[in-house]
Design a protein around this ligand. Structure first.
Ligand SMILES: [Zn+2]
Length: 201
């Protein structure tokens, strides 16, 4: 590891110390605001991209100008917008669980969440799936029984899942999260749309 000169600081240090973004520093270098810089081998990943070292005194001298530069690149802005759009959509499928006394969001890795993001199911349908799967996994003994069954015979998982889904639906109704006349058949219709999207058979 190359020891930097005392007056040189890593770009990541500059970001933290002066409340800048990596993009602002890159632009300051490109625009020639910062002239005294050098690249060194990355101290953490020898094979990674080289690290940028900045002259701290020079940076301090143009700090206001660097701070005035755009914080994010177009690409970063696009990604931020896409991310907030996704989390806004996923938020519409969240619900407050009175048993856990907290807001439950659909799992980031769930098929239902993806189906919602791709517009295959409505936010209302995604919320129903989030409620039923949460209740099945957290408020019935489905996971425990499933674990035990897997040791014996994986063929019998489906009937167990069906039974526990019904139990979860009834419990969610008692908590006022599903309409009293909601049926497992309605749930299965939504689940089928998600399965079809992924060919999960
Ligand atoms: Zn809960």
């Amino acid at each position: 590891m190359a020891e930097p000169d005392r007056k040189f600081i890593y770009k990541t240090t500059a970001v933290k110390r002066y409340g800048l973004t990596p993009h602002q520093i890159d632009q300051a270098v490109e625009a020639g605001l910062l002239k005294n810089f050098k690249y060194v081998k990355n101290p953490h990943y020898g094979s990674g991209p080289r690290s940028l070292l900045l002259d701290e005194a020079e940076l301090q001298g143009v700090l206001d100008k660097v701070r005035a530069l755009p914080k994010y690149s177009e690409e970063e802005l696009r990604r931020k917008r896409a991310y907030s759009e996704r989390s806004r959509k996923a938020g519409r499928a969240s619900f407050y669980c009175p048993l856990c006394q907290r807001k439950v969001r659909p799992l980031r890795t769930s098929y239902a969440r993806d189906a919602l993001l791709y517009g295959m199911i409505s936010p209302e349908e995604a919320k129903i799936v989030a409620i039923v799967t949460h209740f099945r996994h957290v408020h019935t003994d489905y996971d425990e029984q499933r674990r035990q069954l897997l040791h014996v015979n994986s063929q019998s998982i489906e009937p167990l899942k069906d039974g526990k889904t019904i139990e979860a639906i009834e419990l969610a109704k008692k908590c006022g999260l599903l309409p009293a006349d909601f049926t497992k058949e309605e749930y299965d219709k939504i689940a089928l749309k998600i399965k079809e999207m992924y060919d999960l058979y």
